[in-house]
Design a protein around this ligand. Structure first.
Ligand code: ADP
Ligand code: MG
Length: 716
C-alpha cells in the first residue's frame, strides 16, 4: 500500500470514481523490480493502492479514475524499462523484448570470444580491448537500462550491483573479466526468464483449454458465435470430439465426456439429459445439446484458474521468512564489501587493487535473487501440477500445512461412502403400513438436501407414492429433520434424535441393531410422536476408499479416522471394511469439531476430508480442510483449503505427498542457495573467488533452484 499522498489533491469524495486495473508487466521478474515500480508509481496523482505478483507478472492497481488513467500508468511503467498492458489486451509483440535481448547476448558472446582469440594472436594484446569493450557494451545494454531505473528508485538491485562490479573491473584494467562477467550475466538472466516463463505457462495452459467459439442454435439455424457473445440459457451444440466452450446442462443426446482437464479423472463419464457438463472438458462420441448455465468468466474452469492465480500470489510463511532475510542480507554483504575494499588498504597498508577486486566479488554475491525466487517457483509449480490433476490447493500456506499433516479424518456419508444411497428395506412399527411410512418420510425429506433424504424421495417416486407438501420444515444437522405433514408432526432421523425425543423403546433398539448390523443406516420415522417405522438405507463405499486409506498409512500418516453422524453399528461395519484406525459415530457437527481438535492434541496437524454436508465446521476447524466433488459445488470450491474436483479419494494421498515434496523442495533450495552464498562469501573475502566464478555461482544457484522447483510439476 502506498500512503502519504498530499491530502490537498483529494477532490470531493462523491466525484471520485474508483477503478481497478490489472496490468501484465513484462520485465517484472524479481522482487527488486516491484520496488522500482512502486517507487515510480506511488507519486501518481489519484493512485490508491498497488499489489504485485511477480510470478504471474501482474500488477493490480486501484485508483481514482477521475484523476488517473490506464494510459498514464502504462507510460509510467514504460519509464522504468518494463512494459505494461491491461490483462485482457493482447500483448503486443511481447517477443521483441526477449528476442532483442537474446540477440544482444549472442553478440556479446561473439565479441568476448573474439577478444580471447585476439589475445592468442601474435599481435599487440592491447587490440583485444576493442572486442572486450564491444562485449561489455552489447551485453550490458539491457542491464544498464534496468540499473538506471533501479538507481532512480534508490534500490540496489542486481543490475546496479553488476554494473558497479563491471565498472570496477574496468577501472582496475580487468577488461576480459568485465566482458566475461557481463556476458555470463546476460546469458543467465535470459535463461532465468525462460524458466520463469515455464512456471507461468503451467497456469496459463489451463486457460487455453476452452475453445473461443461455440455452435449456437438461434432461430432454427446453427451459427458459430464467439464464446463471449453467447447468452445464458442459449442452446449450444457440442459435436463429437469437441471441447465444451461453457458450463451447461445436457438437454439432448448421450455421450461420454473426458473430464480430465478439470477433475483429473482418467475415465470418461457418461452424460445424458439433465447432467452437468463443464467448459474445457472433451466430448466423446455422441453429439450433445447443451443449455448454457454459466458465462465464460463464471465457468468452473475460470473459477479454478482464478483461485489458482490468487493462491499463487499469496505469500507462504516460508516465503515471507526468506524475503525478510533477504532484506537484511543484501545491505549486510554490501557493507562487508565496502569494509573489504577500505579497511585492509587503509589500516594495514595492503595493496588496494587486490582488495578492491575482492569487494567486487562480494557485490556480485550480495544479490539474493536465487534465494528469493526459489520459494514462489516451487509453490507455483506445485499448485499448477496439482490443478492439472484435479486438485485445487488454495495457496502456499495450505501446501506447507498439508506437508505437516499427521492424521487424517474422513467424514463418512458422501465422502468415504459414495453418497448415492438406496432404500434397502422398510420395517413397520406399531402396526403402521409400509406405504404410510414412506408417505410421511418422503413428504418431509422432499425438503431436505441430505443424501439420505434424496434416496428416500427417489424410492417413494419409483414406488408410486404421491409426495405431499411438508410445512414448517426444520433440518436438525447430524440428527435428521422434522416438519408438519398433513397436519401431523413428522420426525425422521437417527437413534440419537429419537432418544432425545424419548421415542425409543427396547423393541425399536432391537430392530435398529438388526438393520445396522447389515451395514445399513437406520432411519427412524415418527408421526405425531408415534414411531411408525424404520427405513434401512444402504450406501456403497467408494471403490478407492480402502486403497486411499492404506496408502495414507504407508505414507506415514499416524492415524486415519472416520467421523460420522451415523449409528455406531453401521459405522463399525464400514470402519472394518475400510481399515481405518479408529472411528467415532453418532456425532453432531459440533462433535466432529471436537473430534478434530482431539486428534490435533494427540497427533499434531490434522486434515479433515468431507463433502460439506454437516461437516463444514469440522473442515474449518482442521489445519487443512479438504472438500470432495468441488466441480459440482461452488461452496466446496470456495471454502475448502484443498478442493478435489473429482470424487477421487486417491487424490488425498497425492495431495499430501505433493505438499511434503514441496516443503522438502523449498528447504533444499533455501539450503543450497544459502550454502553457495556462504561458501562464496568466504572464498571472496579470502581472495580465492574470481568475478566470473561469483556470477556463475549466483546465476547457477538461481537456475538450479528454479529447475528444482519446476520438478514439482511432475510429482505423481
Ligand atoms: P455423516 O457424518 O456420516 O456424513 P451426517 O452428519 O450427514 O452423516 O448425518 C448423520 C446422521 O444423521 C445420518 O446418518 C442420519 O442418520 C441422520 N440424518 C441427517 N440428516 C438426515 C435426514 N435428512 N434424514 C434422515 N436422517 C438424517
Ligand atoms: Mg457427510
Amino acid at each position: 500500500m502506498i500512503g502519504g499522498r498530499s491530502r490537498a489533491q483529494v477532490a470531493c469524495p462523491v466525484c471520485q470514481i474508483h477503478a481497478e486495473s490489472v496490468f501484465k508487466i513484462e520485465g517484472m521478474d524479481c522482487h527488486e523490480e516491484v520496488v522500482i515500480l512502486e517507487h515510480r508509481l506511488k507519486h501518481l496523482a489519484g493512485l490508491e493502492s498497488l499489489s504485485a505478483d511477480v510470478i504471474g507478472q501482474r500488477l493490480r492497481v486501484t485508483y481514482d479514475a477521475a484523476r488517473l488513467s490506464d494510459d498514464t500508468i502504462r507510460h509510467a511503467v514504460a519509464e522504468t524499462g518494463m512494459r505494461a498492458w491491461l490483462e485482457h489486451e493482447e500483448p503486443k509483440a511481447s517477443l521483441s523484448g526477449s528476442a532483442s535481448r537474446s540477440a544482444l547476448a549472442i553478440a556479446s558472446g561473439i565479441a568476448l570470444a573474439a577478444g580471447f582469440l585476439v589475445r592468442l594472436a601474435p599481435i599487440d594484446p592491447r587490440w583485444s580491448l576493442l572486442p572486450f569493450a564491444a562485449a561489455v557494451l552489447t551485453g550490458g545494454l539491457y542491464t544498464a537500462r534496468r540499473a538506471v531505473s533501479a538507481a532512480r528508485a534508490f534500490s540496489l538491485d542486481i543490475n546496479v550491483l553488476m554494473l558497479v562490479a563491471v565498472a570496477g573491473a574496468i577501472a582496475i584494467g580487468e577488461w576480459s573479466e568485465a566482458a566475461t562477467v557481463i556476458f555470463l550475466f546476460a546469458l543467465a538472466q535470459l535463461l532465468e526468464t525462460r524458466s520463469m516463463e515455464r512456471a507461468r505457462h503451467a497456469i496459463r495452459a489451463l486457460m487455453d483449454l476452452t475453445p473461443g467459439e461455440a455452435l449456437v442454435r438461434r432461430g432454427g439455424a446453427d451459427e458459430r458465435v464467439k464464446v463471449d457473445e453467447v447468452r445464458l440459457g442459449e442452446l449450444i451444440i457440442v459435436r463429437p470430439g469437441e471441447k465444451f466452450p461453457l458450463d451447461g446442462q445436457v438437454i439432448g443426446g448421450e455421450s461420454q465426456v473426458n473430464q480430465a482437464p478439470i477433475t483429473g479423472e482418467s475415465l470418461p463419464v457418461d452424460k445424458g439429459p439433465g447432467d452437468e457438463v463443464f467448459a474445457g472438458t472433451i466430448n466423446g462420441r455422441g453429439a450433445l445439446d447443451v443449455r448454457v448455465t454459466r458465462l465464460r468468466r463464471d465457468t468452473t474452469l475460470a473459477r479454478v484458474i482464478g483461485l489458482v492465480e490468487v493462491a499463487q500470489a499469496q505469500r507462504a510463511p516460508m516465503q515471507a521468512f526468506v524475503e525478510r532475510f533477504a532484506r537484511s542480507y543484501t545491505p549486510g554483504v554490501i557493507a562487508l564489501a565496502v569494509a573489504v575494499a577500505a579497511v585492509p588498504p587503509l589500516a594495514f597498508g595492503q595493496p588496494f587493487g587486490a582488495w578492491f577486486y575482492r569487494a567486487l566479488v562480494l557485490l556480485v554475491i550480495s544479490c539474493p535473487c536465487a534465494l528469493v525466487i526459489s520459494t514462489p517457483v516451487s509453490i507455483v509449480s506445485a499448485l499448477a501440477g496439482a490443478a492439472r490433476n484435479g486438485v485445487l490447493i488454495k495457496g502456499g500456506i495450505h501446501l506447507e500445512r498439508a506437508g505437516a499433516v499427521r492424521s487424517v479424518a474422513f467424514d463418512k456419508t458422501g465422502t468415504l461412502s459414495r453418497g448415492v444411497l438406496r432404500v434397502a428395506g422398510i420395517a413397520a412399527l406399531n402396526g403402521a403400513r409400509p406405504a404410510e411410512i414412506l408417505r410421511v418420510a418422503a413428504a418431509l425429506e422432499s425438503r431436505s438436501e441430505h443424501p439420505i433424504g434424496e434416496a428416500i424421495v427417489r424410492h417413494a417416486r419409483t414406488a408410486g407414492v404421491e409426495i405431499e407438501a411438508a410445512e414448517a420444515f426444520q433440518s436438525l444437522p447430524g440428527l435428521g429433520a422434522e416438519a408438519s405433514v398433513a397436519g401431523r408432526r413428522a420426525i425422521v432421523g437417527n437413534h440419537r434424535l429419537f432418544e432425545a425425543r424419548r421415542l425409543c423403546t427396547p423393541e425399536i433398539d432391537a430392530r435398529l441393531e438388526q438393520v445396522a448390523g447389515d451395514g445399513q443406516t437406520a432411519v427412524l420415522v415418527a408421526s405425531d410422536d408415534r414411531p411408525i417405522g424404520i427405513i434401512g438405507v444402504s450406501d456403497g463405499t467408494r471403490g478407492s476408499a480402502r486403497d486411499a486409506i492404506a496408502l495414507l498409512g504407508r505414507q506415514g500418516i499416524e492415524r486415519v479416522v472416520m467421523l460420522t453422524g451415523d449409528n455406531r453399528h453401521t459405522a463399525r461395519a464400514m470402519a472394518r471394511a475400510l481399515g481405518v484406525d479408529e472411528f467415532h459415530a453418532e456425532l453432531l457437527p459440533e462433535d466432529k469439531v471436537a473430534a478434530v481438535e482431539d486428534l490435533r492434541r494427540r497427533f499434531g496437524s490434522v486434515a479433515m476430508v468431507g463433502d460439506g454436508v454437516n461437516d463444514a465446521p469440522a473442515l474449518a476447524a482442521a489445519d487443512v480442510g479438504i472438500a470432495m466433488g468441488a466441480a459440482g459445488s461452488d461452496a466446496a470450491l470456495e471454502t475448502a483449503d484443498i478442493a478435489l474436483m473429482a470424487d477421487e479419494l486417491l487424490r488425498i494421498p497425492y495431495a499430501l505427498r505433493l505438499s511434503r515434496a514441496t516443503v522438502r523442495n523449498i528447504k533444499a533450495n533455501i539450503t543450497v542457495s544459502l550454502a553457495l552464498k556462504g561458501a562464496f562469501l568466504a572464498l571472496g573475502v579470502a581472495g580465492l573467488a574470481t568475478l566470473w566464478m561469483a556470477v556463475v555461482a549466483d546465476m547457477g544457484a538461481s537456475l538450479l533452484v528454479t529447475a528444482n522447483g519446476l520438478r514439482l510439476l511432475r510429482v505423481r
